[in-house]
Write a protein that binds this ligand. Structure first.
Ligand SMILES: Cc1cc2nc3c(=O)[nH]c(=O)nc-3n(C[C@H](O)[C@H](O)[C@H](O)COP(=O)(O)OP(=O)(O)OC[C@H]3O[C@@H](n4cnc5c(N)ncnc54)[C@H](O)[C@@H]3O)c2cc1C
Length: 409
């Protein structure tokens, strides 16, 4: 693993200002600006030079954003639909992709031109994703894929999918997997929306019918898919756990504070008021602790390969976020019972953040998924127990059994 080179915060700020002199967000569109940001190594600053970075500590990513916001009223943040590519696809591509794929695809991920999705979970393989059944069979220079994935976020918008499939059913489950980059426009890929509690179809079912993938689109070697999948998942946990505010008091907690300051006081008895104040204060403290923990996890993140520590922030984020939006809805009282966005089924279209109340109700529903997506909180506890605290592992009865011989429903 490479060591980062040292670069002062002042130099990072200076380089960012130099970028803004060449091209300014107020006078360009998001794709053009973010492409230029990539070319200057200010996209993923911890990536190597020539791949959107400068090989300096990831702590400096926040400095770039801060400097841009100081000098521009327009800030092109990561596009929401692009988060899987930016947070997970890019590090995996950097670690395992061919030179040609890296050069072509990394700038397109950062600019938001290409959306990526992650196709791991299946109807019978979620927490136990290594038990998955989608089959890839070699045919000359290609692999032919048949099977089904589920809960695939933004598959309907994606150009590329990270796909884990079974290439050898005769060995234990972890050893028979391979990892592919799939062009989602390939013949035989069928994406069907699934609707969520928010009324949106943010994720999908994806069916593969004789889909062909060129062999050079395999990441890692045949049978090493689990190792590549772990790289993806560890990055996912750092990305989810670290998705909160970069600044003290920012993000969701600022919305809660706003609702609290605007509350209708007559709705609460003095006793209720005291209890609610306690909940809000406690959440403020916890959110700040989470922000600092996530900052530490990001700092520990080496290019492409964070460790299990990312699961700490992911686990805490799920719990705190749920309680935060529950508190918001409790502050709203009876007004919290309506749902302005409506339950009409629709594709995910971002949230209307202009009304704090409507936003809080949407987030109350959406945050239910926080303890499931990216690995459930129970699984995070298992990982932390086994891999960070060194506790004894769970019994794994299928560890040495060929996948095809493991009983399944
Ligand atoms: C909003 C959202 C977006 C998602 N996006 C994607 C995506 O883009 N790509 C993708 O591949 N997947 C995605 N997922 C799927 C997600 O990763 C799985 O739902 C998750 O890993 C759990 O798997 P499961 O749903 O099959 O539940 P199961 O694995 O069946 O788990 C059911 C319950 O059993 C518990 N459990 C299972 N095993 C253990 C154990 N060993 N010890 C203790 N408890 C256990 C679980 O914690 C859970 O409570 C998404 C899910 C959500 C909610």
């Amino acid at each position: 693993m490479s060591e980062y080179r040292s670069m002062s915060e002042d130099e990072v700020r200076e380089r960012t200002r130099a970028l803004l002199e060449k091209i300014h967000p107020e006078k360009s569109d998001s794709v053009t600006f973010r492409r230029a940001q990539y070319d200057e190594g200010l996209a993923w600053i911890h990536f190597p030079e020539g791949y959107g970075g400068l090989n300096v500590s990831p702590k400096m990513n926040v400095v770039v954003l801060d400097e841009i916001s100081k000098h521009s009223s327009v800030v092109y943040n990561d596009p929401p639909a692009g988060l899987i590519g930016i947070g997970m696809g890019a590090p995996v591509l950097l670690t395992y992709g061919s030179e040609e794929l890296k050069k072509t695809l990394l700038p397109r991920i950062f600019s938001g031109e290409d959306i990526w999705c992650q196709m791991f979970s299946e109807p019978s393989a979620g927490s136990d994703v290594a038990g998955l059944a989608t089959r890839a069979v070699r045919d000359g220079d290609e692999w032919v894929v048949n099977g089904q994935k589920v809960w695939t976020t933004v598959a309907h918008l994606s150009k590329w999918g990270m796909l884990v499939a079974r290439t050898n059913p005769d060995v234990p489950k972890h050893d028979g997997l391979s990892y592919f980059l799939l062009d989602m426009e390939s013949p035989g890929v069928d994406v069907r929306p699934l609707y969520q509690i928010t009324g949106e179809a943010e994720f999908n079912e994806v069916f593969f019918n004789d889909v062909r993938i060129p062999h050079e689109y395999m990441f890692g070697k045949e049978g090493q898919g689990w190792r590549v999948a772990i790289t993806t998942l560890m990055n996912e946990r750092v990305a989810i756990g670290g998705a909160g505010p970069r600044k003290k008091g920012g993000g969701s907690i600022s919305q809660l504070m706003k609702l609290w300051s605007e509350r209708e006081k007559q709705n609460l008895s003095p006793g209720q008021e005291a209890v609610m104040r306690d909940r809000v204060s406690r959440l403020y403290i916890e959110t700040e602790l989470l922000r600092l923990t996530a900052q530490r996890a990001r700092a520990a993140q080496k290019a492409g390969n964070p460790g299990p520590e990312g699961s700490v922030a992911k686990l805490a984020q799920a719990d705190i976020n749920k309680r935060l939006w529950e508190t918001a809805v409790d502050i709203l009282g009876s007004k919290g019972l309506s749902f302005e966005a409506g339950y009409e089924l629709r594709q995910s279209a971002g949230v209307d953040a202009s009304s704090t109340e409507a936003f809080a109700k949407y987030q109350f529903l959406r945050s239910r998924a926080n303890s499931i997506e990216g690995g459930t909180s129970e699984i995070m506890r298992n990982i932390l127990g086994e891999r960070v605290l060194g506790l004894p592992g769970e019994p794994r009865v299928d560890k040495d059994v060929a996948w095809k011989d493991v009983p399944r429903s």
